[in-house]
Design a binder for this molecule. Structure first.
Ligand SMILES: CC(=O)N[C@H]1[C@@H](OP(=O)(O)OP(=O)(O)OC[C@H]2O[C@@H](n3ccc(=O)[nH]c3=O)[C@H](O)[C@@H]2O)O[C@H](CO)[C@@H](O)[C@@H]1O[C@H](C)C(=O)N[C@@H](C)C(=O)N[C@H](CCC(=O)O)C(=O)O
Ligand SMILES: Nc1ncnc2c1ncn2[C@@H]1O[C@H](COP(=O)(O)OP(=O)(O)OP(=O)(O)O)[C@@H](O)[C@H]1O
Ligand SMILES: N[C@H](CCC[C@H](N)C(=O)O)C(=O)O
Ligand SMILES: [Mg+2]
Length: 494
C-alpha cells in the first residue's frame, strides 16, 4: 500500500518526502521495524517514540508519522498528525483493509465480567454454528485456534492484524473485551462495532484514570463510537440496568437501539427465581424474548448478570433462545473464575480472579452463601496498580472472611510489605481479633490456608485466577494458584 493512500485515513498537518513510497508493514515499536515499514512515533508514558526514529530508519523504515516535527533522511517520507496513537489506529485499520467491517463485532466493556461475558457469548455463537473470534485477557482465539496474549485489548496495530487474520480465515463474528485503557489510548479507534455490552462500573485503575468520572468517560467512548454513523446497520447496546452508571452509558449510545438487563430494576430482560448453589446457579430469564429457564454450571449472583448480558446480546443478534439455552447450560466455566480445585478433600478450594473491591465482594458473598463452615481467604493486591483499592479490598475481605492470609499478587516493582501495609489499613477493625496472618510468600500462604481448613469450610484464593506467573520486579516467575493449591492438598493427604 502507498503511504499517501494510508494518510487519507487521518488528518495530516504537514508532510514531506516521497509520499508515493510503498509500505510493507506498520509498527509503533522501533524494535519491530522491518525494511519498507511505516514507523509511528507514539508519545508514551515512559518513552517518547520520536526518540527511536533514527533506530527505526536504520532498520529500514521508509516512512514516519509523528505528532511533533521530525528530522529524517530525504529518502524517508514523513507526516505530522495531532495524535499519533489515534493515527496509528486509523492507519492500521486502513492498512489491514478495515477488517472489522467484514464481520459482526461485539465489544464488551465494564470493570468486572468482561472475560466471563465474552466467553459466554462466544460459546453461544459457536453453538449457533458461526465461526467465532475471541479477543481478551486469557487468550485470543480464531475458531478453535488459541493465541497467546499480552494485553486484554491489544495495541491497535496488533488488533487490526489479528482481525485481518480472522477475516482471512472467514470468521463471521468477533467478540472482544474492550478495556478502559484501550478506549483511553485509542486502541479500538479503527474498529466498527455492531453490539456494545456494558457489564458494570466500580472502582479500579485509578492509577491510570484520574478519577471515576474519567474512568466512566473511557467506558462511554465505546458507546459513543457505536452511535457514530458508519457502514453498519442494526447496531445495539446492551446495558446492565442495575448499575449506577447505566444512565450515562445509555446517554452515550444516543440513537442506537438499547436493550437493558437486570435483577433489581425494571429491564427488558430479567432474572427470576434465582437459586445459587455450589454446583451452579439456576434462574429463569424473562422479558423481551419470553421465559427461558436456565440451569448453569457457573455460580454466583454476579454470573447471573454476566449470563443476562450474554443472553440479551445473543438474542438481540437473532440467535434462537433454544440455541442460547443449550450453549449457556453446557458452558463449563471460564478458567480461573470461581474454579474449584478438587483433590477429594472435605472442604472446598476456589481459585478466582477477583482483583477489584467489587469483584472480591461478589465472590466472597457467593462463597459465604455456599458454605456452612468457615471462609478462609487468601489474597493480595497488584503492585504498580491502583493503590486506593487496597484498603477497600482489605475491608471487604475482613467483612466476609473468618480468617485471612494476606499475601502478594504480582508485586511488580513495589515492595510486597508496602502493598500489604496498604491492605492492612482496611483491616484495622479486625486486627484486635488477630484473625489474619501476613505471609508475603504466596505459596506459603496457600499452604497455610489449606492446612487450616476443616470439613465444610471454603478456601478462596483470589486475585490471580488463570495467571500462571507471579511478577516480582520486572521478572515473571512461573506460579499458578491452581497447581499450588493442588500441591498443598496433595501434601496434606501424603
Ligand atoms: C498504561 C499502558 O497501557 N501502557 C501501554 C503503552 O505504554 P507506554 O505509553 O508507557 O509506552 P512507552 O514505553 O512509553 O513507549 C512509547 C512508544 O515508544 C515505543 N518504543 C519504546 C522503546 C523502544 O526501544 N522503541 C520504541 O519504539 C513503544 O513501542 C511505544 O510505542 O503502550 C504500550 C504499547 O502499546 C503498551 O504495551 C503499554 O501497556 C503496558 C505494558 C500495560 O501494562 N498496560 C496495562 C495496564 C493495560 O493496558 N491493561 C489493560 C486493562 C487490563 C484490564 O483490567 O482488563 C489491557 O487492555 O490489557
Ligand atoms: N458481573 C460481575 N460483577 C462483579 N464481579 C464480577 C462479575 N463477573 C466476574 N466478577 C468477578 O471479577 C473477576 C474477574 O472476572 P472477569 O475475568 O470476567 O472480568 P474482567 O472484566 O474480564 O477482568 P479484567 O479487567 O481483568 O479483564 C471474577 O473472577 C469475579 O471475581
Ligand atoms: N487487568 C488487571 C489484572 C490484575 C490482576 C492482578 N493479579 C494484578 O496483577 O493486579 C490489571 O492489569 O490491572
Ligand atoms: Mg478480562
Amino acid at each position: 500500500m502507498l503511504f499517501q493512500e494510508l494518510l487519507k485515513s487521518v488528518e495530516v498537518h504537514a508532510a514531506d518526502g516521497p509520499q508515493n513510497t510503498v509500505l510493507t508493514g506498520i509498527t509503533y515499536d522501533s524494535r519491530k521495524v522491518e525494511p519498507g515499514f511505516l514507523f509511528v512515533a507514539v508519545q508514551g508514558f515512559k518513552h517518547d517514540g520520536a526518540e527511536y526514529i533514527p533506530q527505526a530508519v536504520e532498520k529500514g523504515a521508509v516512512a514516519v508519522v509523528a505528532q511533533k516535527a521530525v528530522t529524517v533522511p530525504p529518502n524517508v517520507a514523513w507526516a505530522l498528525v495531532a495524535d499519533s496513537r489515534q493515527a496509528l489506529a486509523l492507519m492500521s485499520a486502513s492498512f489491514y483493509g478495515n477488517p472489522s467491517t467484514n464481520m459482526r463485532m461485539v465489544g464488551v466493556t465494564g470493570t468486572n465480567g468482561k472475560t466471563t461475558t465474552t466467553n459466554l457469548i462466544a460459546s453461544v455463537l459457536d453453538e449457533a454454528g458461526r465461526k467465532t473470534g475471541l479477543v481478551g485477557t486469557i487468550h485470543n482465539r480464531i475458531g478453535a485456534r488459541k493465541l497467546v496474549v499480552s494485553h486484554t485489548t491489544p495495541e491497535s496495530t496488533d488488533l487490526q492484524e489479528l482481525l485481518h487474520e480472522m477475516a482471512t480465515e472467514q470468521v463471521s463474528d468477533c467478540v472482544m473485551e474492550v478495556s478502559s485503557h484501550a478506549l483511553a489510548l485509542h486502541r479500538v479507534d479503527g474498529c466498527e462495532f455492531d453490539t456494545a455490552v456494558f457489564t458494570n462500573l466500580t472502582q479500579d485503575h485509578l492509577d491510570f484514570h484520574p478519577d471515576m468520572q474519567s474512568y466512566l468517560e473511557a467506558k462511554q467512548a465505546l458507546f459513543r463510537k457505536l452511535a457514530e454513523p458508519g457502514a453498519k446497520r442494526g447496531k445495539c447496546a446492551v446495558v446492565n440496568a442495575d448499575d449506577a452508571y447505566a444512565g450515562s452509558i445509555i446517554e452515550a449510545a444516543a440513537g442506537v437501539e438499547v436493550y437493558t438487563y437486570g435483577i433489581k430494576t425494571s429491564a427488558d430482560v430479567r432474572a427470576e427465581d434465582i437459586d445459587v448453589s455450589a454446583r451452579g446457579v439456576s434462574f429463569t430469564v424473562t422479558g423481551k424474548w419470553g421465559r427461558c429457564p436456565l440451569d448453569l454450571r457457573i455460580t454466583g449472583l454476579f454470573n447471573v448478570y454476566n449470563t443476562l448480558a450474554a443472553f440479551t446480546a445473543c438474542a438481540a443478534m437473532g440467535i434462537p433462545v433454544e440455541v442460547i439455552k443449550k450453549a449457556l447450560e453446557g458452558m463449563p466455566g471460564v478458567p480461573g473464575r470461581f474454579e474449584l480445585v478438587d483433590a477429594g478433600q472435605d472442604f472446598a478450594v476456589i481459585v478466582d480472579y477477583a482483583h477489584t473491591p467489587d469483584g472480591l465482594e461478589n465472590v466472597l458473598k457467593t462463597a459465604r452463601e455456599i458454605t456452612t463452615g468457615k471462609l478462609i481467604t487468601v489474597f493480595g493486591c497488584g503492585g504498580d496498580r491502583d493503590r486506593t483499592k487496597r484498603p477497600l479490598m482489605g475491608r471487604i475481605a475482613a467483612g466476609y472472611s473468618d480468617y485471612m492470609l494476606v499475601t502478594s499478587d504480582n508485586p511488580r516493582t513495589e515492595a510486597p510489605l508496602d502493598i500489604i501495609r496498604d491492605i492492612e489499613k482496611g483491616l484495622e477493625p479486625v486486627a484486635e481479633n488477630n484473625s489474619y496472618t501476613v505471609e508475603p510468600d504466596r505459596r506459603r500462604a496457600i499452604q497455610l490456608a489449606v492446612r487450616m481448613a476443616q470439613k465444610g469450610d471454603v478456601v478462596v484464593i483470589a486475585g490471580k485466577g488463570h495467571e500462571d506467573y507471579q511478577i516480582i520486579g520486572t521478572q515473571k516467575y512461573p506460579f499458578d494458584d491452581r497447581s499450588e493449591a493442588a500441591a498443598a492438598l496433595g501434601a496434606l493427604q501424603a
